[in-house]
Design a protein around this ligand. Structure first.
Ligand SMILES: [Zn+2]
Length: 667
């Protein structure tokens, strides 16, 4: 308990000196932020179980990390990367133990001592084993403090350069700047205190609790009352950072305001993003429920930052100067999908990236219209189709053996294909169920909100929310590699009397993955310039469908609205019936007729044609033989004189096809 006592003693002078905060933070203490800060006083959420049913468990559950870091000299030339720190970990015991194992990278971290309930330690193979002062049982709470040094090494997690100090953790970088249980399934709250020079602004997760001057140093204290996965914990700072704060007001409760902090470099101007964040938050609020955290923010970094953006909880990192609307829309979507609900393992990353990439396109549609939304998804699909490396979106083995970043964060698969799966989910269940099910997911406080989620738990939630069994859909698209390659054919059959059949046959010919079951749309256009869209469930490979119409079809388009956005397809007229669709016998006119009627027909290729008029017994009445007709349209009169009232059959025989139509004689 020694460290906690020291903490309390420290806070007394800190509070007395807090007026100096005003000098350090530009216009920090506006009323609405005070309001937001007051939320720190609300009781902490229950941290007893922050995991969906299939999220992994281990022998203990971290409740809180309290970090004290002295990084004062990292801001001055030659910008060393070493610092000293203390990490106090409180945890609840889930099954009897007398040691705990933490992730602590041996290259980056040198462990000096352990304390409180820890008595001794061993630090090998990037694991810090802390021996406790006794045996602890399920339900016990214990504390381990670790004094350590970060070494002067480049590890891409703790970054120092030219007045910047920032961390970047996804997927497993947190263990390089503090000892922790570094798996996304174990969320914990965070207190981070850092000692920096007076001209440094430093941001972190949660709310700024204190910013006090002691002699030549500034001590920042940030407190996150909402649980965070370790890869989303962050510290971002630089000398002479610019900082603007804007406030989002809950449309349904305008007194509830959330500060949005924008940290930016000299010569950058985030003004347009400071404006956009308000309607963007309104939009996400309307789709996915309340903004989940007590503040939010963005910070642009320097070229040491290797990504476009990183959605650290309540403080997104951006590449230098990257104040781009699509990037902001993507990273901010992660605050709901990624941060509020976090992938339980790295096999569940689709729940982060597929969502943020899809929602980025929703925002495009909100700003620029439905077609822009579709264009963005079609662009995503095209990127995937041209760059598909051939592995699935999720491999369950990644839960315990995460692949390299080039696989885990593969742009074609994780982002582009991932977003298209949500696009197709929307097609399969329809707009209403799509949005209501995602809202249900985001607002399920029992299993998901502020917790972690696995893909199977997400699928269960979608089944429950939509009342449908959607396992087939998510499993084929998320766990199978590649996509369907359709080889379709169709034909039109004249049934006589103005009635036609459309025959459609679909087959998937991909060899590198199994069959993809999907509802399939067909657009059939008719000779009277009308058209219709029919939908059928294609649930076996090699499946034929017949549709009946009382007008003449002239063309068929497979998936005309490109709803199965991840596919390749060829759709051709059936080889065995090819001439039928082009050699056509039209209805006689007039019909019924008394003495004469005219039959029109078109020929796909030149040749002899015989027109035969028969009665219903098959007896030939007239035979008209025509030699060497050209391809194209023809007409011929049929003599009906002398015939009694009744039904007759006109048959056209050409070299490769025979077609018949019925006609009535009425005198
Ligand atoms: Zn992302």
């Amino acid at each position: 308990m020694k460290n906690r006592l020291l903490t309390s003693l420290f806070l007394v002078p800190a509070l007395l000196l807090s007026l100096q905060l005003v000098a350090q933070e530009n216009n920090l203490l506006r009323g609405s932020e005070m309001c937001a800060k007051s939320k720190q006083m609300r009781p902490a959420p229950s941290v007893t179980d922050l995991r969906s049913p299939n999220s992994p468990r281990h022998k203990f559950d971290v409740l809180n990390y309290e970090l004290d870091l002295d990084i004062f000299h990292c801001y001055s030339s030659p910008y060393p990367r070493n610092f000293s720190g203390t990490c106090l970990i409180s945890f609840k015991v889930d099954s009897t133990l007398n040691t705990i194992e933490l992730d602590a990278d041996n290259t980056s971290l040198q462990i000096i001592s352990v304390g409180t309930d820890g008595t001794s330690f061993n630090h090998d193979d990037n694991i810090l084993t802390v021996n406790l002062d006794g045996t602890y049982h399920a339900g016990d709470t214990a504390f381990v403090s670790v004094r350590y040094n970060h070494l002067n090494v480049i590890d891409y997690a703790f970054n120092v350069g030219n007045g910047f100090v920032f961390t970047d953790c996804e997927p497993e970088g947190a263990r390089k700047w503090f000892p922790c249980y570094d798996k996304p399934s174990d969320k914990a709250t965070l207190n981070l205190r850092a000692k920096v020079p007076l001209n440094v602004k430093l941001g972190s997760n949660g709310s700024l609790a204190d910013s006090v001057v002691i002699a030549d140093s500034l001590w920042y204290t940030w407190v996150s009352i909402d649980p965070i996965s370790t890869y989303l914990m962050v510290m971002t700072s630089r000398v002479n950072y610019n900082l603007d704060i804007v406030y989002w007001h809950n449309p349904d409760n305008p007194s509830d305001s959330i500060p949005m902090r924008f940290y930016y470099n000299p010569n950058e101007n985030p003004a347009s993003m400071e404006q956009m964040i308000i309607p963007l938050t309104d939009f996400y609020y309307s789709l996915f429920g309340d903004h989940p955290f007590e503040k939010n923010g963005f910070a642009s970094l320097n070229p040491q930052f290797q990504w476009g953006g990183m959605e650290n909880q309540t403080l997104t990192s951006l590449c230098q100067g990257c104040w781009y609307s699509s990037l902001i829309a993507h990273e901010f979507a992660h605050q709901w999908f990624g941060d509020m609900i976090t992938c339980a393992t790295w096999a569940d990353l689709w729940l982060n990236e597929g969502f943020a990439t899809y929602i980025e396109a929703l925002w495009t549609g909100e700003v620029s219209g439905q077609q822009a939304y579709i264009n963005e998804l079609e662009g995503n699909a095209a990127y995937y189709l041209s760059a598909n490396p051939g592995w699935p979106i999720s491999d369950p083995d990644w839960a315990t053996n995460p692949p390299g970043n080039d696989v885990l964060f593969n742009y074609a698969i994780t982002y582009m294909k991932g977003s298209c799966v949500l696009y197709m989910y929307r097609y399969v269940v329809g707009d209403e169920l799509f949005f209501s099910s995602l809202y249900d997911y985001a607002n399920d406080t029992e299993n998901f909100r502020y917790q972690t989620a696995t893909i199977p738990d997400f699928i269960d939630k979608m089944n429950l929310s939509t009342g449908q069994d959607l396992n087939w859909f998510f499993e084929e698209w998320l766990y199978q590699p590649n996509h369907p390659v359709y080889d379709n054919s169709y034909s039109f059959e004249n049934m006589g009397g103005g009635s036609w059949n459309v025959h459609f046959y679909t087959e998937q010919v991909q060899t590198a993955s199994d069959f993809f079951r999907m509802p399939v749309e067909l657009r059939i256009s008719f000779s009277d310039a009308s058209d219709t869209i029919v939908q059928v469930m294609n649930d076996i490979n090699g499946q034929g469908f017949t549709f009946h119409f009382d007008k003449q079809p002239v063309s068929l388009t497979f998936d005309p609205r490109n709803q199965i956005i991840l596919k390749q397809a060829t759709t051709v007229v059936s080889a065995e019936n090819q001439s039928i669709s082009e050699t056509i016998l039209y209805q006689p006119e007039p019909n019924p007729a008394a003495n004469v009627s005219v039959v029109r027909f078109s020929l796909a290729k030149a040749g002899d044609v015989k027109l035969v008029l028969r009665d219903l017994t098959g007896k030939q009445i007239h035979v008209y033989e025509m030699r060497n007709l050209s391809a194209g349209q023809h007409r011929h009169s049929i003599d009906l004189s002398g015939l009694s009232n009744g039904t007759y059959i006109v048959t056209m025989e050409s070299a490769d096809v025979t077609m018949s139509v019925k006609m009535m004689v009425v005198k």
